[in-house]
Write a protein of this length. Structure first.
Ligand code: UFG
Length: 325
């Protein structure tokens, strides 16, 4: 396949690029490097530095490279930030998809793999969550991604495209090579596992648990953590699915739920280091429990979980101890 990965220098994009290259595909990256890192771009991929909403640049990339599949990873994705800046989130995420689809249409590029999110479900009624379950996002990030999903399905229907939509649960960990991992270019990390690891490494005084009065086993929020390499490999499977003229929407999670307190205690056990922490009030926009059924991805795409929580914690720890960027 000849694949364009938007956001291919970012956290999930860079791991996806690595897996595509390991599987023998030709990869092109479009990234404005605002949150992505130049060093995160695989040396065998061709990097176009620019904005995903730049139609002329998209025309140039499609014209020059005979792309057959787009994996669209560039987006704004921080839940609390979306609560503060909803207009920015819709503008960037939904308008960004519209511009991309328009360019794909102009150049007859038929296949798209899209990064969506568990946040589309809002506060789920059933656990584990199935793809067809009720969706009512409780934050602007989830709402913007659900709008993107509708747009992609409608465009695919109208213009004969194939799509795979992946709803990510909580992605963490780093590539086994030690070359790439999650980095925020000097901005503060917000996701739980890296925050806990930073506290374990003494890179922050302590971490704060946001609320212990949820209706869960220990009062803290429960999430489904998936290793970024397992998730990246799913993108290769997803791209191949579109290549066979097939479409579908899939959860990407592990089926296992861990509470915030369990992540803290499991990190302490795996690393043998204390994680200094306190408990503060709830954060806006947090559903209490998000755990995925991944049966559909397993059955239709052949998706597998190969890395458990211990591997997630160890690989993020190794990355953070020897960070390359
Ligand atoms: N948390 C803390 N302290 C922290 C950071 C997080 O207690 O310092 C808690 C949060 O309140 C939440 C849980 O840890 O309950 C996980 O929070 P993250 O910020 O790591 O991730 P989110 O669950 O908010 O969001 C992530 C992705 C979304 C995706 C969602 C799906 O960013 O894109 O997982 O489960 F939709």
């Amino acid at each position: 396949m000849r694949v364009l990965v938007t956001g291919g220098s970012g956290y999930i994009g860079s791991h996806t690029v690595y897996e595509l290259i390991r599987d023998g595909h030709q990869v092109f990256i479009l990234d404005n490097l605002s949150t992505g890192n130049k060093e995160g771009a695989h040396k065998d991929a061709i990097l176009y530095k620019g904005d995903q909403q730049d139609s002329e640049l998209l025309d140039k990339i499609f014209k020059e490279n005979n792309i057959d599949t787009v994996i669209h990873c560039s987006a704004k994705l921080i839940v609390p930030e979306s609560v503060e800046k909803p207009i920015t989130y819709f503008e960037n995420n939904v308008h960004g998809v519209a511009i991309l689809l328009e360019a794909m249409k102009r150049h007859n590029v038929k296949n798209i793999v899209f990064s969506s999110t568990a946040a589309v479900y809002g506060e789920p009624k059933n656990i584990p969550i199935m793809e067809d379950d009720y969706k009512e996002p409780i934050n602007p990030y989830g709402a913007s991604k659900l709008s993107c999903e509708w747009l992609i399905k409608a465009a695919a229907n109208a213009h004969g495209m194939n799509y795979v939509i992946f709803r990510y649960f909580n992605v963490a960990g780093a590539d086994a090579s030690g070359e790439i991992g999650q980095s925020t270019k000097g901005r503060k990390l917000t996701h739980l596992i890296p925050v806990v690891i930073e506290a374990a490494l003494g890179l922050r005084d302590k971490m704060s648990i946001f609320g212990d009065d949820y209706d869960t086993k220990d009062g803290t929020c429960v999430r489904d953590y998936i290793h970024v390499t397992d998730l990246a490999k799913a993108h290769v499977l997803g791209a191949k699915h579109t290549f066979k003229n097939k479409s579908g929407t899939f959860n990407l999670g592990s089926k296992n739920g861990y509470s915030v307190k369990e992540i803290v205690s499991e990190t302490e056990r795996v690393l043998g280091i204390k994680v200094p922490h306190d408990i503060v009030k709830r954060r806006d926009g947090d559903p209490s429990t998000l755990v995925a059924s991944n049966d559909k991805a397993a059955k239709i795409l052949g998706f597998k979980i190969e890395n458990n929580l211990e591997k997630i914690i160890k690989s993020d720890y190794e990355w953070r101890r020897n960070k390359k960027f």
